[in-house]
Design a protein around this ligand. Structure first.
Ligand SMILES: [Zn+2]
Length: 284
């Protein structure tokens, strides 16, 4: 039997060159080498597959009248942070919108605002950020905001729905329209809020995808309360729910907004679960 070159160094003094028997230590070294190179490649592949993506950086823009944003903003950002891999920067007031690049450091912007007025340039910067592809989440009064701006119709277009008034605060039942959308897959077929403002739908863009509706207990009219939309290049998730903690403290609402945020960023899996790496925030 011919001894392979790798084991042959000491073959001359090994009768019959019984390589495996005579040079077991070399065989062992080769096997260990092979094992190490295999495990190295697999380890690299493994770490690439399980690498935690950086948490989303989200601007939470808030403030304005009629709502306790001092309470809502920390509540929502804390609760969302606990549910998905996202870190939030809370900004009170619209001043940041004076910078055309205000959204550049962020993966998404949540608008939880209720200002009737806004400088034209500020609103244009907000519109342009969504148009250019920055994901946006519109919460409650964001859909009613900026009503005194000459650009209000553009903002309504950006939101995907037109609404000007709401029913008085009170309980109502929300029903799910789309059980297949990843955003509402886990949302109950029917869900009752103990109290909120039911925003009246004047018109909804034909390209908006309706997710939730509610019938007015007062007059029986039916209104869209949650939908998705695309404005330019930007994905928009919107819900008119969330006037105060009555709705905002519920797990159903928090999961809905968390899913909406992930969807807007393209990180919600088809099964309604956060995409790999986005299910919870890394420990601080
Ligand atoms: Zn409200």
């Amino acid at each position: 039997m011919k001894c392979p070159a790798i084991f042959r160094n000491n073959c001359a003094r090994t009768l019959g060159c019984n390589c495996l028997a005579a040079h077991w230590h070399r065989v062992l070294l080769v096997l260990i080498g092979l094992l190490l190179s295999w495990s190295g490649a697999t380890g690299a592949e493994l770490s690439a597959a399980t690498a935690q993506p950086p948490p989303l950086k989200v601007l939470f823009l808030t403030g304005g009248g009629y709502h306790d944003y001092q309470k809502l903003a920390p509540h929502l950002t804390t609760q969302l942070h606990e549910r998905i891999a996202a870190n939030f920067t809370v900004e009170f007031g619209l001043k940041i919108l004076g910078n055309p690049k205000f959204a550049d450091p962020y993966d998404a912007v949540i608008y939880d605002v209720c200002d009737d007025e806004i400088p034209d340039a500020y609103l244009e910067n907000a519109l342009q950020s969504v148009r250019g592809g920055k994901p946006a989440v519109m919460v409650h009064c964001a859909v009613h905001a900026f009503r005194r701006s000459p650009k209000i119709s553009e903002w309504e277009t950006c939101c995907g729905m037109r609404s000007k008034v709401h029913d008085p605060f009170g309980p109502f039942t929300v029903r799910r329209l789309d059980s297949k959308s990843p955003v509402t897959k886990q949302f109950p077929e029917e869900w009752k809020t103990a109290g909120d403002e039911l925003y009246q739908t004047i018109s909804i863009d034909s390209k908006s995808h309706e997710l939730l509706r509610a019938k007015s207990p007062r007059d029986g009219r039916d209104h869209v309360v949650c939908w998705t939309y695309q404005f330019g290049q930007g994905r928009v998730f919107a819900t008119t729910l969330g006037h105060d903690m009555t709705t905002a403290a519920t797990p159903e609402y928090l999961r809905l907004v968390a899913n909406g945020l992930l969807w807007s960023c393209g990180h919600l899996a088809p099964d309604g679960q956060p995409a790999p790496g986005y299910s919870s925030s890394p420990a601080k």
